[in-house]
Every structure is written in C-alpha cells, then in structure tokens.
Design a protein around this ligand. Structure first.
Ligand SMILES: Nc1nc2c(ncn2[C@@H]2O[C@H](COP(=O)(O)O[C@H]3[C@@H](O)[C@H](n4cnc5c(=O)[nH]c(N)nc54)O[C@@H]3COP(=O)(O)O)[C@@H](O)[C@H]2O)c(=O)[nH]1
Length: 508
C-alpha cells in the first residue's frame, strides 16, 4: 500500500477513534449533569415541601386566639409540632422578641433578645439559618423561621441532604435577585445562571424553585470527576485505541482491496475503460502495411496496468468476453471514424481460447461495424490445450464461414504442433518472437523457422513473424520468404490517429 493510502487510513481511523472517545467522554459528562440535575430537582422539591409545611403551620398558629402561652395555646403548638415531620419545636415570643414559651419546654424565662434574621422569606417570615438555641442543658444550632409571634425550629440536616452525594453544594435564597447564602459552600452559586455552568475547573449545575425561591448549585471539580470515573475513562481510552487500530487495519484492507489490480481491472471492464492501440503488420517483401494488431491498454487514477498483468486478471474474473467485445467495438469505431479506405486491411483481434470453447466468441458476428466494414477481421488465438477440443474447432468453423480469418498466436510456445493446427480452420501462423529473438545467436530454436515456414506453405497458411526489432532480423526473414512481420522495427503499438496516416501512405 502506498504512503498516501497509509496516511489516509491513519487519518480516517484516528479521526473516527477520536470521535468515538469524545462521544463517550461527553456521555460520561452528561451523566454527571443528569445526576446533578436529578439531585437538584429532588432536593428543591423537598425544600418546597418543607417551606409549605412551615408556612401552613405558622399560618394556622397565627390564627389562634388562645391566651398567651396558656395551656390551650401550648396544646395547639404541641399538636402542630407532632403533626409536622420537619418541625422540631415551636416557640412563641412577645413583641420584643423575647421567647415566652415553646412546645417542647412549655413556659420559659429567658433574657435572650431577637437578633437580626439572615433573610426574610417569600411570605415575610424571618429566617435564621444557624441560630444557636439553648435546649435543655446544651447549645444547639438550628434553622429558625419566625412569622409574627410564632417561630418554628428545623434541624439543619433536613436541608443539607447533599452532603452525602459527593458534590460540593450551596443552597441560596433568592428574592428579587438578592441572593442570601443558606447552607453549603459559600459563594459556590454563580448568580443568574440556571442549568449547566460553564466552568473550566468544575462540572456545575444550578437550579431554582420559583415557589420557595430557593436555588441550589451542585459542583464536582475536574479532579473529582476524573477520580470518580477513573475506571470508565481508562476503559474508553483503551477501547478508542483498539478501535483506531482496528479501523486502521480495516480501512487499509479495504483500500488494498479497492486498489488491487483485480478490483481495478474489474472496474475498468465494467466502466468500459480499456482502450485499443494498434501495431502495424507489414508485408516483409514489399514493406507495405497489410494490417494491424489490436492491443489493449488500461490507465486509471492509480496509473497504468500492463497487459501482462491485466490479461490474466480478466481471465480470472471471468470477464474475457465483455473485455474483448469492448475492444472490438472501440477499435472498429476508431478505424471507421478515420474515413480512409480500409478495403482488405486486416485487423487482428486477440481472443481468449475459453471464449472460443464456450461459444461466446460467436457473438462477434453480430457486433456493430463487424459486418458493414470493408476490413478483414483476424481472430488471434494463443496456443492452448483447448485448441484440440471438438467444440473449439466447430466454433472456429462457424466464424470462418462468416468471413473471419483465424490466426494461431505465439506459435511455438504452447501445446500445439503444425499437425494439430492443420486440423483447425486456420489461416495464419504467428511465429512467437522468442524464435525471432534467437535468430541473431543462430540458436537451435531459430533454426526451426525455415521448417515452420515450409510446412505452413504446404498447408497454405500465411506466416507472420512476431517481434521483429531490427533490420538484420527483417533481412533474414525476408530471405526465408516469410510474407508478413510485426515488431518494433515496423512500428510500436500506437493510437488510431497515428496509425491512419501510415495506412494511407503504405497500404498495398
Ligand atoms: N486477449 C487479449 N490479449 C491481449 C490484448 N492486448 C494485449 N494482449 C496480450 O497481452 C500480452 C502483452 O501484450 P503487449 O504488452 O501489448 O505486448 C504486445 C506488443 O507490444 C509486444 N511486441 C510487439 N512487437 C514487439 C517487439 O518487436 N519486441 C518486443 N519485445 N515486444 C513486442 O508483443 C505483444 C503482442 O504479442 P502477441 O499478442 O503475441 O502478438 C500479449 O500476449 C498480448 O497478446 C487483448 O486485447 N486481448
């Protein structure tokens, strides 16, 4: 896989891994906010219940017309105290704030004067949040709420339920945007914000109850957050890492598959991306051009793939006929577009032996331009074990009857011999270029050429020498009386635009 593709796999997998991590991390953060929200809602509901209970109790006591601290009044006070689940005690004070009697102690004698309340609540009652009370033999701190002459005493623990939740917290009383600290950590509450508070160092949530005018702030410092979710965060980091790793290999695997020669060839055939080049075939004796061989080429965004690589893939993918069909159509279209006289000009098309055996090749008869063209189509078939099959011979025969010429390609490299070839409807033998290459060294292989030519002549089969690269080979082939040749000496594979002027000038 190329560096570019590795980089793409890395960036994509890292991005997805990071997104996965962020998603889960934000989810944990959200859980904290949800937890804080639930705790705030529950607690404010409790505060509201306590407030209402106290308010109703004080209102009922206010309506009493019993003589001050009489046994009737004390009875009423004890009754209210008993009925309330939050009130610890109820007291009665004179107009100077001097406590005269309580539900718990009865009539008392005390010098204590009323101090300034911490705040006045929403129905006008005075509230002391941490009032020191003398109860029996010791001092006790409590919340005291006083409306007119009656007051009630509340246990601070009733409103301090957050202590056990692991959050830092504060309860404030808010009246017309004047905030009074009630309990918890002083100055934690950020005035004017409801919901999540954006702090860099902590996760904080705030909520208010408009009915009771109490607000709460719940806060968890970043350090506590990581401490609390240490295991979960470790699991998320590990799973994000493994996900990134997995995605990297998965994406690389997919890119590899997508970029493989097989996949590129398949897409090329499906999207008709193969195109033909044409290599001239000349009459060695006269130097005139008699035909050309169609040679397939392929290039996509990834670059070129050469025939030696794509031909086996086309075969493996079972796309041989689709591939050949496209090349036949494209090459005949390009040549016909040139407008030059192609009467008798031979166009050699490579055919896969398997398409001959299966009979797919017979579809060529009905392809566009095949019948209404003045050219002679030569079907080149490489030597192959299938050449000896009965069906193979029958199909070739049908093609011959329809005017196609048959050439055995790469002769001398495969399975057949001239005896087998003679049993087929064959018109041309293309001697493999390994024989021509060997001519200069005068090898045994090249010494077979005259025999092949002689036997071909006896069978009335034309010979084409493949791979003629230099003048020495050309001269030797000419001396052997070989009719046609193909090779770089006469022209490399070229486009139709380059071939057509050559045909115009050098055609027989
Ligand atoms: N079934 C199909 N097979 C095809 C098709 N197009 C090509 N092929 C086969 O692929 C093999 C390689 O082809 P290519 O790389 O195009 O090579 C051809 C010529 O470029 C090359 N050649 C021609 N002259 C010379 C030369 O002087 N020297 C030299 N070293 N090479 C030369 O030979 C190839 C043509 O060979 P052949 O087909 O045997 O005449 C090759 O087997 C092609 O057949 C296709 O469309 N269908």
């Amino acid at each position: 896989m190329s560096f570019k593709h590795k980089l793409v796999s890395f960036i994509v997998s890292l991005s997805l891994g990071t997104l996965f991590f962020l998603f889960l991390f934000l989810w944990i953060e959200k859980q904290i906010v949800v937890e804080q929200e639930q705790a705030a809602t529950t607690h404010l509901a409790l505060m509201s219940t306590i407030s209402k209970d106290i308010q109703h109790t004080l209102e009922r006591l206010d309506r009493l017309d019993d003589p001050v601290c009489s046994s009737e009044m004390l009875l009423h006070m004890r009754r209210e105290n008993f009925l309330s689940i939050f009130i610890k005690d109820i007291g009665y004070s004179d107009e100077n704030g001097k406590l005269l009697c309580t539900a718990g102690l009865g009539i008392i004698v005390t010098k204590s004067m009323e101090s300034e309340p911490d705040y006045i609540n929403n129905y006008g009652a005075k509230v002391w949040v941490n009032k020191a009370l003398e109860l029996f033999d010791r001092l006790h701190t409590a919340v005291v709420i006083k409306h007119n002459a009656f007051n009630v005493v509340i246990e601070p623990a009733e409103i301090n339920k957050f202590s056990s939740m692991g959050f830092d917290w504060e309860i404030v009383f808010n009246r017309a945007n004047h905030y009074k600290h009630v309990s918890g950590s002083n100055n934690l509450y950020v005035k004017g914000i409801v919901g999540r508070v954006n702090l860099t160092h902590a996760y904080q949530f705030q909520q208010c109850d408009p009915e009771s005018s109490y607000c709460v702030a719940l806060s968890l410092s970043a350090g506590e957050f990581y401490e609390k979710n240490r295991l979960l965060i470790a699991i998320i980091i590990a799973s994000s890492f493994f996900l990134t790793l997995f995605l990297y290999y998965f994406i690389s695997f997919k890119i590899n598959g997508f970029m493989s020669i097989s996949a590129r060839v398949k897409r090329g055939v499906k999207s008709n991306k193969f195109f033909p080049l044409f290599q001239p075939i000349v009459n060695i004796q006269t130097g005139k051009i008699v035909g050309c061989e169609v040679l397939a080429r392929f290039e996509d965004n990834e670059g070129k793939i050469f025939p030696d690589e794509f031909i086996p893939k086309v075969r493996e993918l079972g796309l041989s006929w689709e591939f050949t069909e496209q090349l036949v159509e494209k090459s005949l279209l390009r040549l016909s577009e040139s407008g030059i006289d192609l009467k008798g000009f031979k166009v050699n098309i490579n055919i896969f032996p398997s398409d001959v055996s299966s009979g797919k090749v017979l579809k060529i008869i009905d392809l566009p331009y095949v019948n209404d063209h003045p050219i002679k189509i030569v079907l080149e078939i490489v030597e192959d074990e299938q050449l000896t099959g009965k069906e193979f011979a029958n199909h070739l025969e049908i093609l011959v009857q329809h005017g196609f010429l048959i050439a055995i390609d790469d002769f001398g490299t495969g399975y057949s011999n001239l005896n087998q070839v003679s049993k087929l409807s064959c018109h041309i033998l293309k001697i493999d270029r390994s024989f021509i290459n060997a001519m200069e060294g005068g090898s045994i292989r090249s010494s077979l050429i005259p025999y092949i030519v002689q036997m071909a002549n006896e069978l009335h089969i034309d010979v084409v020498a493949e791979g003629v690269e230099n003048i020495m080979q050309h001269q030797a082939l000419k001396n052997l009386g070989i009719l046609n040749g193909q090779g770089w000496l006469y022209g490399k594979p070229m486009s139709a635009d380059d071939l057509c002027p050559i045909i115009k000038h050098f055609k027989i």
